[in-house]
Design a protein around this ligand. Structure first.
Ligand SMILES: Nc1ncnc2c1ncn2[C@@H]1O[C@H](COP(=O)(O)OP(=O)(O)OP(=O)(O)O)[C@@H](O)[C@H]1O
Ligand SMILES: [Mg+2]
Length: 568
């Protein structure tokens, strides 16, 4: 069955003559076989959303249904490689990729069966593994909906299209096709929270994220969204990272690829790129594929989740994705809602963030998909629809502050506009994991920041010298906390990543120094004298001690307290 193109308007294409076409079915258009998805059906006429440039497509061109929805080919060869929004390898095409770094995934793999003929299996059970497919174990599973007795199992060299086992009469391939918009099934969501350690102190200490939760990073132009997301991609303690570059600059994607290829992964001994999948739909690539790239990213993460891994999807930027939704809705003649976005914007965002979760998989493994999305509000306007809707669906909000970025306080995460809804539950986890002071430390830091901000406003009016001694120490403490703990230098070998233990030690260092200073004031030492003490070692501790050297930080604390005692 083939139909004909009757109208083309940018990515919107109308075709006729395709009876029996179903919603979301994929159609190939014209001689270039442009991929398009069915988004509306009206009698004999279907409206399609094309994922590639429609330049050259003509009225009368053939339209051929693919008989399937837009699906990702999930298999070995994803980790360490770059793909477009439809999960096609980006090997030859775009110029921003270094050809050497962008080598196509291998065509052949080694399959090592872990199950014998005659075994009863159900969906999610492991049939075998594929060594050499990235730095986490690649497990080939019985696909959803399949169960029975293993009647044949392969071994040795296989190609992507080959079967690796037969369950009953169903062949299971090395590569599984899955519709990108359909969440992959799992047994149930797990109870209880476990932190995702990002290695970024302001997040881990103040606005922590649980595995399987969703977070958003809203921030105006140039406030450091991409830098923060890249830091998380490099240092968070997930097994698999899916980095989706959506409508952003191509050179940034090349940067991610390059730096991940150069960074050692302590846990696996490989490089970080071997646990990363890059999905790139940069600003110079077709706009509508941004729309699919977000779903493709989640679909890939769910695939690794089902193997039992903790995956993180990083999307930069969800605002560019929302622009693609708006672009299409407007051509489609949909009645625009707020700021021209379709009325479905909130439900589209919800559908994206709600695919995050920590679950028991079909195979009984505990695993997660964590979602972190950047939001780029035009003009830094935090009341625009994408930003406000996103806030409703995330567990953590890491708001980037323009003034902090302007003052080169990076990461510019605001301590007045950010939130972490799982902080209390995570405090319980930390206490059980041997750090009972986690919640108290966090509360003291938050209180000190708020009090220092309030006093700074006051000091601007009446002058610092008019404040009583203990308030001047609060101002000092705020500065030590901001510069010595919350700021983090992404370019420093010691500071780019911070372990949980070192983060806690740095915060203890500052809080104990503040307490000691207050004690001096109480004992009658003048505030000016306290302020003039040398706090250099405190402020430099983060860069002068190793990324996991809590012991060295503790020594600095003892030295700093000793030096202050001499002022008494
Ligand atoms: N953690 C950091 N350490 C040092 N410099 C930083 C850090 N974060 C951001 N910067 C500086 O800020 C600049 C802009 O950062 P970035 O590109 O991440 O911002 P953005 O919010 O993604 O911008 P855009 O709105 O253009 O996407 C960087 O080029 C860098 O100079
Ligand atoms: Mg950016």
């Amino acid at each position: 069955m083939t139909g004909r193109v009757v109208r083309v308007s940018g990515p919107l294409v109308e075709v006729e003559g395709l009876d029996g076409l179903s919603m979301l079915e994929l159609v190939a258009l014209g001689p270039q076989r442009i991929s398009a998805e069915t988004v509306a059906l009206r009698g004999a006429r279907a409206t399609l959303q094309a994922y590639e440039y429609t330049g050259g497509l003509k009225v009368g061109d053939l339209a051929e249904p693919a008989g399937a929805r837009l699906s990702g080919h999930l298999g070995p060869g994803l980790l360490g490689h770059a793909f477009d929004g439809l999960l096609r390898p980006l090997s030859a095409a775009p110029l921003w990729l270094d050809p050497e770094r962008a080598a196509a995934p291998p065509a052949e793999w080694e399959f090592v069966p872990s199950i014998a003929v005659g075994t009863e299996v159900a969906a999610g059970d492991i049939l075998g593994t594929v060594p050499g497919a990235g730095s986490v174990e690649h497990r080939v599973l019985v696909p959803p909906g399949v169960a029975g007795t293993v009647t044949w199992v392969g071994a040795g060299t296989v190609r992507a299209a080959d079967p690796v086992a037969r369950v009953g009469t169903t062949e299971v391939g090395l590569v599984e096709r899955w519709p990108i918009r359909e969440p992959r099934p799992f047994r149930e969501r797990t109870h209880g929270v476990v932190p995702l350690h990002t290695g970024q102190r302001v997040l881990d200490l103040l606005y922590p994220l649980a595995r399987g939760a969703a977070a958003a990073v809203p921030g105006g132009f140039g406030t450091g969204k991409t830098m923060l997301l890249q830091q998380i991609a490099k240092w968070c303690d997930a097994d698999v990272i899916v980095y989706v570059g959506c409508g952003e600059r191509g050179n940034e994607m090349a940067d991610v690829l390059d730096s991940l290829a150069d960074l050692k992964d302590e846990r696996t001994g490989g490089t970080l790129i071997e646990r990363t999948v890059i999905i790139a739909n940069t600003s110079n690539m077709p706009m509508m594929a941004r729309e699919s790239s977000i779903h493709t990213g989640i679909c890939v993460a769910e695939y690794y989740r089902d193997m039992g891994h903790d995956a993180v999807v990083i999307a930069d930027s969800t605002s560019r994705w929302a622009e693609a939704l708006r672009e299409f809705a407007n051509r489609f003649g949909e009645l625009p809602a707020e700021e021209g976005y379709p009325a479905s914007l909130a439900s589209e965002l919800a559908a994206f963030y709600q695919r995050a979760g920590r679950v028991t998989t079909l195979g009984g493994r505990t695993a997660s998909v964590t979602v972190i999305g950047a939001v780029s509000p035009p003009g830094g306007d935090m009341t625009e629809p994408v930003t406000t809707d996103t806030q409703r669906f995330v567990r953590a909000l890491w708001l980037l502050d323009r003034d902090l970025a302007y003052a080169r306080h990076y990461p510019a995460v605001s301590w007045t506009g950010s939130f972490a809804r799982d902080a209390e539950a995570l405090a319980v986890w930390h206490a059980a994991a041997g750090d009972p002071s986690w919640a108290r430390r966090r509360a003291r830091a938050a209180a000190l920041l708020a009090e220092a901000d309030r006093l700074a406003d006051l000091a601007e009016i009446i002058g610092t010298s008019s404040l009583p001694g203990h308030e001047r120490v609060v101002l000092l403490g705020g500065r030590l906390l901001r510069d010595g703990v919350l700021m983090q230098n992404a370019l420093s070998a010691n500071d780019a990543f911070c372990s949980a233990a070192k983060g806690a030690a740095l915060l203890d260092l500052v809080l104990d120094v503040v307490d000691a200073c207050q004690h001096l004031i109480e004992r009658g030492v003048p505030a000016t004298l306290v302020e003039r003490a040398d706090f250099g070692p405190v402020l430099r501790a983060r860069e002068e001690t190793g990324p996991d050297d809590a012991g060295a930080v503790a020594s600095r604390r003892d030295a700093a307290l000793g030096a202050l005692e001499e002022l008494a």
